[in-house]
Design a protein around this ligand. Structure first.
Ligand SMILES: NC(=O)C1=CN([C@@H]2O[C@H](COP(=O)(O)OP(=O)(O)OC[C@H]3O[C@@H](n4cnc5c(N)ncnc54)[C@H](O)[C@@H]3O)[C@@H](O)[C@H]2O)C=CC1
Ligand SMILES: O=C(O)C(=O)CO
Length: 320
């Protein structure tokens, strides 16, 4: 019988789903970061379904990857940077990439439209009961969107971008032609693309090679009218460079869902920047997301028990 540990902040429904779908499993649950190390040494799980549900600070990575840790860690999201450095010969890491991609694409377009329809200006007029007349709208059709990271999320964004009539260019680790993307470029060509983009969407994994991939040099090449949306990881973007760029009006707007430090500290300068929206790492979160992600794991668990190859295995060097 397999020992399966569910490490999440809503374990009850998951344990029930597991009991229904995989009845011959010994299941334990843990809803905190603090209790996980003790739980792992007592229970010695074969498998852990684990999600980074409270931010990276205090995440019990070492317990999960330690000698009593599971042989398979199924991450209930897409990003696995909180487990960075795992040895793939000792532990297999899988994810649920793709589940939240449609939601994140809606977040991206909601954020862009917030700026292009001048929602802040309209809100001000309404609050002041002031019929100021037309505020200038910016149509999306004919503009260029640069998607940095054409994986599940990037491709979901691209599909919606095409419906808006955007010209879509993007980068990925292995460039190959793909639907809804007019030009797919290699990741190392990124710097040469910024000057063409009206909208820049970050959806690449955080790796040593992508840390601060968007930096002062990148901002210097962007259009002053550019709008940046980051739904990937805070570390992909150099926060200090962003603060400088926004203060100097080097770009027009930014929508940020992820930050180098999460939760974003009270005194962080980003909170007070003009033309910047801040959301607390929630672009993927909707009511059904947790269980839909868990279902990816359950299907994989059936494969594991049948001795078949797992899906969604993440390569630690590539991050996907
Ligand atoms: N804000 C949130 O709540 C969420 C954030 N994420 C973040 O977004 C990232 C992407 O998520 P998915 O689309 O599901 O991942 P995915 O694994 O489907 O795609 C990642 C893509 O990034 C590309 N890539 C790798 N290195 C690159 C580089 N140097 N430059 C450009 N592209 C590169 C790969 O070719 C791959 O196509 C995750 O790693 C995670 O960090 C994912 C889901 C939710
Ligand atoms: O799936 C991910 O990587 C997330 O960040 C979910 O919040």
């Amino acid at each position: 019988m397999n020992r399966i540990l569910i490490h999440n902040n809503k374990t009850e429904e998951m344990a029930k789903r597991l009991a229904d779908s995989v009845p011959d499993a010994d299941v334990a649950t843990c809803e905190s970061y603090e209790d996980l190390p003790t739980m792992i040494s007592a229970f010695k799980p074969d498998v852990a379904y684990s999600i980074c549900f409270r931010g990276r600070a205090g995440f019990p990575r070492d317990a999960l990857l330690g000698p009593d840790g599971p042989k398979w860690i199924a991450v209930g999201g897409s990003g696995v940077d909180h487990l960075a450095g795992w040895d793939p010969d000792a532990v297999t890491v899988t994810n649920s990439a793709g589940v939240a991609a449609p939601m994140m694409a809606e977040y991206v377009f909601g954020s862009i439209l917030h700026f292009t329809l001048d929602m802040p200006g309209l809100q001000t007029d309404q609050e002041e009961r002031e019929w100021r007349g037309a505020r200038l709208m910016t149509p999306l059709a004919g503009k260029t969107m640069l998607i940095v990271g054409l994986g599940h999320t990037g491709q979901a964004v691209a599909a919606r971008a095409k419906a808006f009539g955007l010209h879509v260019i993007g980068t990925r680790a292995r460039p190959e032609p793909m639907e809804n993307v007019d030009e797919v470029h290699a990741s190392q060509d990124l710097q040469s693309l910024f000057h063409r983009a009206d909208f820049i969407v970050l959806s690449a994994p955080l790796l040593p090679t992508t840390r601060h991939m968007i930096n002062a040099r990148s901002f210097a090449s962007m259009k002053p009218t550019a709008i940046l949306v980051n739904v990937s990881r805070g570390g992909v973007l150099d926060d200090a460079a962003l603060v400088n760029a926004m203060r100097a009006n080097i770009i027009a707007g930014a929508a940020l869902d992820v930050f180098e430090t999460e939760p974003l500290p009270f005194d962080n300068h980003i909170w007070g920047l003009e033309n910047v929206t801040v959301s607390p790492h929630c672009s993927a979160v909707y009511a059904e997301w947790a269980m839909q992600s868990f279902d990816v794991f359950v299907e994989n668990l059936k494969r594991w028990q049948a001795g078949a190859r797992l899906t969604n295995i993440v390569d630690p060097a590539r991050g996907y």
